[in-house]
Design a protein around this ligand. Structure first.
Ligand SMILES: [Mn+2]
Length: 330
């Protein structure tokens, strides 16, 4: 039995283009530190298995760019070391934002000191044996690397299982099937059916910012995207939750979604919770004097304690309201 925390698309280092002149650290940049604290058995929520995790998988786009600030890289590596000190194995695969191909890519600059296993092979080879808490598992993984022309080909070959030991597949890419529209971005294209037929025990993916779970051909096989925890902008889908999976050969995996432990982060509405046209109509009919009140709804805003962000938001609103008044009040 193996217990996995599956992360992807943290996008550490993302800076909102609206935050002119902000020098405060973004809440996002402390995301991995908050997760590390949560993995400590003393802090894990009662009844959850978070404090008994064996393996941390980072399925790409850990950083928002291929060359994040050195201080952020240092902090991130130190946090991964702290996670290792708690007894977890850590495996990282680059994504398409923190891509490996660039000469100044974070994973090329820090390759030698990167804690845990860093996947840099540009193609899927035979399942690689890897020890997690004294148990032997097999890993199937590759990194998108634009220096290799095969990176842009549809990936439909997934190596066969080597044994009855647990097989984990870790990739950053988009699922492709015959109905998919063409994709022009630099990212791996993964043949959906071939991947689901691979028979691996767990297929940990990153790239899609919305959570997705698919059942593989055998009942013990699960494919999952954890989705993004903290959105970058208003229309970036996100889950706000952490995905834990418990896998055992031949048994259906157990999933546990836990709230993100980032302090000061309040729940933001998911796209399902966004107001529908019917809901807006119903609300407008509650106005006692029709048309006397313009309602303004703020959606998808990341809650923050940052005074810079608040000031920026307030000045934007004031400008919008002044413009509204100038146009409607005469
Ligand atoms: Mn991403």
């Amino acid at each position: 039995m193996l217990r996995i925390l599956h992360l992807a698309d943290l996008h550490l280092g993302y800076r909102s283009p609206n935050l002119y002149g902000s020098t405060e650290p973004e809440p996002r940049d402390t995301l991995l530190e908050a997760i590390a604290a949560y993995l400590n058995p003393q802090n894990a929520p009662a009844g959850s298995g978070a404090g008994k995790t064996d393996l941390l998988l980072i399925a790409g786009d850990l950083f928002d760019s291929h060359n994040p600030e050195a201080a952020l890289v240092r902090r991130t590596m130190n946090t991964i070391k702290r996670i290792q000190d708690l007894g977890l194995a850590v495996i990282t695969v680059p994504g398409n934002h923190d891509e490996l191909s660039y000469r100044d890519s974070v994973y090329r600059r820090y390759e030698k000191e990167w804690p845990g296993l860093l996947v840099s092979t540009p193609r899927m080879e035979a399942p690689m044996p890897y020890a997690v808490q004294g148990k032997r598992i097999f890993l199937v993984s590759m990194a998108y690397d634009a220096r290799y022309p095969t990176a842009n080909e549809l990936q439909s070959y997934f190596p066969k299982r080597s044994s009855e030991a647990l097989h984990i597949c870790l990739l950053h890419g988009a699922l492709w099937d015959e109905t998919s529209p063409p994709v022009n971005q630099r990212t791996l294209l993964l043949h959906r059916e071939a991947l689901l037929e691979s028979g691996y025990d767990y297929i940990a993916l990153g790239h899609l910012h919305q959570p997705l779970e698919l059942q593989g051909d055998n009942p013990g096989c699960l494919l999952a995207y954890p989705g993004m925890i903290l959105q970058r902008h208003a229309h970036d889908p996100h889950a706000g939750k952490l995905l834990w999976v418990e896998i055992e050969r031949g048994l259906a995996p157990k999933r546990e979604w836990l709230p993100c432990p980032l302090p000061g982060l309040e729940a933001t509405p998911t796209s399902e919770e966004a107001l529908t046209d019917a809901a807006i109509l119903a609300l407008s009919q509650e106005d006692t004097i029709p048309g006397a009140l313009a309602r303004c709804y703020l959606r998808d805003l990341v809650s923050t304690n940052s005074t810079v962000r608040r000031k920026y938001l307030l000045s934007s609103l004031t400008t919008a309201i002044d413009a509204y008044n100038a146009n409607t009040v005469s």
